[in-house]
Design a protein around this ligand. Structure first.
Ligand code: NZQ
Ligand code: ZN
Length: 393
C-alpha cells in the first residue's frame, strides 16, 4: 500500500477555448489544408443551430458530416464512421456534442489508422487489448458538461450484442483543442444537467475517496470542486436558469473533474464506474444515474477501508465537525445520497422497478470483464461487488 505521493508525470496537451462566442475560432484551430469530418449525435446540434455555427466557422474547406452517434456510442455505429473516414480520406475529425460523440470520435480517430482490426483496441475478452500508437488529430465542441472527455484521453464504447461497455485510452487520444461555450448548455434538459453534475461529482470521488497519502494539492482541489458542485448543483438543474456564471462554473468543474489534474501520484478507485457500466450495459440506465445507485452503497459497504478519507470528506466537504467519527461517516454518506436524490437521481434499483434478479447477472458481467480485483487496493472481490449491488436494491 502506498504511503506517500508516488512519482508522476503530468501531461495534458488539449487547448481549452472557453467562453462566449468562441466557435468562430474554429477557423484558426482546424488546419486549413485538411479534409474535415464533423461528427455529431442524435440531432440536438442540428435542432439548436450549433452545427450551422460550426460549419459557418469553417469556410473554404472540404467538409463531411457523420451524424447519429448514440448516447453510449456503439461499436457498430462507430465502425461505419471508421469506414467512411478511410474511404474518403478524412484527415481531421471534429466532434460536436457530449461525451458520447467525443468518445466515439476518439475511437474513430484511432480506429481509422489502426494497424489491424480496431476491435483489438479493446481488451476484457472482446479484443486483444493492443495499444493505440497513433490517431488522426481531432478537436471538440462540447455541448454537455459531464464526462471530462473534452480534456482527457479516455473513451468508453458500447458493444450491444456482447452487452459490454469497455474503455480504452492512449497518449494519442487527447483532443487537440476543445471549445467550451457555457451558453451551449442552455438547451440541456434537467435530466442531462443533473447527469452532468452527478457524473462530475463521482469522477472527483473516484480520485479522492481512497486512503490518505498526503496529497494536499490533490485533496484540496478535489474538495473545492466537490463543494462547488454541492453549491451550484441544485441551481444548475433548473433548465430555465440561464445564469452565465452558473453554467460557466459547472462546465469548468466538469472538465477539471476528469482531466487528471486530481489524480497524479495518489491512489484511485474506479469501482463505482466499473459497477455502473455493467448496469448501463444490461439495463440501459444513463451512465450518471448508475453512479448515483452505486456510490452511496459502495460508501456504506467499504466504509472501513475508506474510513480516514470518509472522515476528511465529512469534515472538509460537508463541514460536519460536531460529531463522533462514526457519526461523521454516516452523515457524510447520507448527505451524498440526499444530494443525488435532490438532483432527481434515484439511489436504489427499486426506483427503476429492478429487484434482486439483477444482482447475479451484474456480478457475472464483472467476472466476464475481468473486474474481479478492483478499487484502490485491488481488494474489491466479486463477493464485495455483489454486496454493493445487494445493498443498493
Ligand atoms: O444525441 P443528441 O441528439 O446530441 O442528444 C444528446 C444525448 O441524447 C443530448 N445533448 C447533448 N448536448 C445537448 C443535448 N441536448 C440538448 N442540448 C445540448 N446542448 O444529451 C444526451 C446525452 O448525451 P451524451 O453525450 O450521451 O452524454 P454524456 O456527455 O453524459 O456522455 C455519456 C457517455 O460518456 C461516457 C459514458 O460512459 C457514456 O457512454 N463516459 C466517458 C468518459 C470519458 N471519456 O472520460 C468518462 C465517463 O465516466 C463516462 O464513462
Ligand atoms: Zn463517469
Amino acid at each position: 500500500m502506498q504511503t506517500e505521493i508516488s512519482n508522476f508525470n503530468f501531461y495534458n496537451p488539449t487547448e481549452i477555448v472557453f467562453g462566449k462566442n468562441r466557435i468562430p475560432e474554429l477557423d484558426r484551430l482546424v488546419p486549413k489544408n485538411k479534409k474535415v469530418l464533423i461528427l455529431y449525435g442524435g440531432g440536438s446540434v442540428v435542432r439548436f443551430g450549433t452545427l450551422d455555427k460550426v460549419k459557418e466557422a469553417l469556410p473554404n474547406r472540404t467538409i463531411g458530416e457523420f451524424g447519429g452517434i448514440e448516447a453510449n456510442p456503439t461499436y457498430e455505429t462507430l465502425m461505419k464512421a471508421v469506414e467512411l473516414v478511410k474511404a474518403e480520406n478524412y484527415e481531421f475529425l471534429l466532434a460536436v456534442g457530449g461525451g458520447s460523440v467525443i468518445d466515439g470520435t476518439k475511437f474513430i480517430a484511432a480506429g481509422a489508422i489502426f494497424d489491424g482490426d480496431p476491435i483489438d483496441i479493446f481488451g476484457a475478452g472482446i479484443g486483444k487489448g493492443l495499444p493505440v500508437t497513433k490517431s488522426l488529430p481531432f478537436g471538440t465542441v462540447l455541448t454537455l458538461p459531464a464526462t471530462g472527455s473534452e480534456m482527457n484521453n479516455g473513451a468508453v464504447v458500447t458493444f450491444v450484442e456482447k452487452k459490454a461497455k469497455l474503455s480504452f485510452g492512449s497518449p494519442f487520444s487527447f483532443p487537440k483543442f476543445s471549445i467550451l461555450e457555457p451558453e451551449l448548455t442552455y438547451t440541456l434538459p434537467t435530466r442531462q444537467l443533473a447527469n452532468g453534475v452527478i457524473d462530475s461529482f463521482v469522477h472527483i470521488m473516484e480520485q479522492y475517496l481512497t486512503y490518505p497519502v498526503g496529497g494536499m494539492v490533490q485533496d484540496r482541489f478535489s474538495e473545492g470542486l466537490l463543494q462547488t458542485l454541492i453549491e451550484i448543483g441544485p441551481k444548475v438543474i433548473d433548465e430555465k436558469n440561464h445564469d452565465y456564471n452558473l453554467r460557466a462554473n459547472f462546465m469548468w468543474t466538469a472538465t477539471n473533474a476528469l482531466n487528471r489534474i486530481l489524480a497524479p501520484g495518489v491512489p484511485q478507485d474506479w469501482a463505482s464506474h466499473s459497477l455502473g457500466h455493467e448496469i448501463t450495459a444490461l439495463y440501459h440506465i444513463d451512465h450518471a444515474r448508475t453512479l448515483a445507485i452505486v456510490l452511496p452503497s459502495l460508501m456504506e459497504i467499504r466504509q472501513h477501508e475508506k474510513r480516514e478519507k470518509l472522515i476528511q470528506y465529512a469534515e472538509r466537504v460537508w463541514h460536519i465537525t460536531d460529531a463522533t467519527e462514526d457519526e461523521k461517516i454516516q452523515l457524510a454518506i447520507s448527505k451524498t445520497r440526499a444530494f443525488f436524490e435532490q438532483l432527481g437521481a434515484p439511489t436504489h434499483f427499486k426506483e427503476y422497478d429492478l429487484g434482486e434478479e439483477v444482482v447475479e447477472p451484474l456480478v457475472a458481467q464483472l467476472e466476464k470483464h475481468q473486474l474481479t480485483a478492483i478499487s484502490e487496493r485491488r481488494d474489491q472481490t466479486l463477493e464485495i461487488s455483489r454486496r454493493i449491488y445487494l445493498n443498493a436494491l
